[in-house]
Design a protein around this ligand. Structure first.
Ligand code: FAD
Ligand code: EPU
Length: 339
């Protein structure tokens, strides 16, 4: 394990921000973990664990140590007629893991195809897309306490998953390293095509009884048509979460704004509003100030046209939050981790 000094993080964050880390190292093997945890330099520095850097906004150089989790490996540890349990290590690229599952007809992850980042980060914000959330496939999460080096395994329930939320964003934030995730994937395929953008894509392609690989392909087509490729335009996906409001508030807003878009779940007293619609209705879609901007096709995505600084993007985000609040009296929370 080598600790490097003064390393550019441009290749390690999908906003493409050219910030520097005072110290930087990569964990490639389990043995490296104890080496780093009990290293004096690590213990005395501000620390940041990263995966693919696709949900981070750096607003400054990081003076402490950045540790990239890179441990690879996918192993089937239980296999029967109905399901498999798979252990995937934190450093596996998320979409390579989904591709592996789909190729083997292990279902549950196909709607989560093509999300950037690594396996170890997936539980942190309970990644979701097209009507699926990763929590529905997570069996348990293996973690190591950064202070003691003690390993433990959290059950699905103990992870306290919610919409873009888990214990790792709250009580355990910055206290643990996720080393691997156990998934239970079904061998009995039941397509989940409730999400309208996916349903429409399958209908347009005249696919009536989609196989698992066709779902994956359709998800990738929709994603490519809407979301910017970070290799071409820096971004971190949705910058904000979709806000939850009471049904009462939703009805009031709907009277004033009949086109308002909400994901209405009849069994719940809350409605999830489409933040993209709120932001677009405030006039931000396609807005650009310097090199920071709001994506032309998806107003929930903030972009770096080239030379924006993290602080420029953060200032734009705050202006957007204020204007949405002024117009709709709704607070939109940032999804991205701001450093
Ligand atoms: P990073 O950005 O590296 O880290 C995210 C957070 O987790 C940081 O706080 C970091 O400190 C912490 N962390 C990372 N690894 C570990 C670890 N092993 N142990 C402890 N802490 C750790 N998200 C969705 O949910 N749905 C989407 O549809 C979606 N689409 C996206 C599309 C684009 C184009 C982009 C750029 C992003 C999108 N995202 C989406 C957001 C992002 O892909 C996910 O949040 C992803 O899980 C982040 O993974 P990462 O490895 O890049 O995490
Ligand atoms: N919409 C607008 N204006 C826009 C974009 C969208 O009005 O500029 C409307 C759409 O017409 C639609 C609604 O907003 O009615 C929802 O749009 P979309 O299906 O694109 O989904 P989203 O709510 O904007 C969420 C996730 C994405 C995920 C997609 C697909 C959050 C914060 N975002 O976006 O996740 O990929 O659904 O399931 O929940 C991420 O978290 O980084 C992310 C990209």
């Amino acid at each position: 394990m080598e600790i490097k000094q003064n390393i550019s993080l441009k290749q390690h964050n999908t906003f493409g921000l050219d910030v520097y880390s005072g110290l930087y190292t990569e964990i490639n093997h389990y043995n490296d973990i104890n080496d780093i945890l009990f290293n004096d330099v690590f213990r005395n520095s501000e620390r940041l664990i990263i995966g693919g850097g696709s949900n981070i906004l750096f607003t400054r150089n990081f003076t402490g140590i950045v540790v990239k989790m890179n441990i690879k490996g996918i192993n089937i540890i239980e296999d029967n007629d109905r399901y498999v349990v798979i252990k995937a290590n934190a450093g596996e690229e998320w979409d390579k893991f989904v591709e592996f599952a789909v190729k083997n007809n292990f279902s549950g992850l196909e709607n989560l195809s093509y999300i950037p980042g690594n396996v170890g980060s997936a539980p942190i914000q309970n990644i979701g897309a097209f009507g699926s959330e990763v929590k529905d496939t997570i069996h348990s999460v293996e973690i190591i306490d950064i202070n003691t080096g003690k390993q433990s395994v959290l059950s699905n329930k103990e992870c306290m998953f919610g919409y873009r939320d888990s214990i790792f964003k709250r009580e355990l934030k910055d206290k643990f390293i996720i080393t691997s995730v156990y998934f239970t994937l079904s061998k009995i395929f039941k397509p989940n095509i409730c999400y309208s953008a996916l349903k429409n894509e399958l209908a347009q392609s005249e696919i009536d009884n989609p196989e698992i690989n066709l779902i994956r392909d359709a998800v990738i087509r929709v994603r490519k048509s809407k979301l910017p490729d970070p290799n071409e335009l820096g971004n971190a996906g949705s910058f904000f979460k979709n806000p939850m409001v009471s049904r009462e508030k939703y009805e009031i807003l709907k009277k004033e704004y009949p086109d308002i878009k909400g994901f209405d779940n009849a069994s719940s007293n809350e409605v999830k509003l489409a933040a993209a619609w709120l932001i677009e209705t405030c006039g931000w879609k396609g807005y650009r100030i310097g090199d920071a901007g709001v994506h032309k096709k998806q107003s929930l995505v903030l972009v770096n046209y080239n030379n924006a600084r993290g602080i420029d993007i953060l200032n734009l985000a705050k202006e957007i939050q204020n204007s949405v609040y002024q117009k709709f009296n709704v607070e939109i929370e940032m999804e991205v981790n701001v450093i």
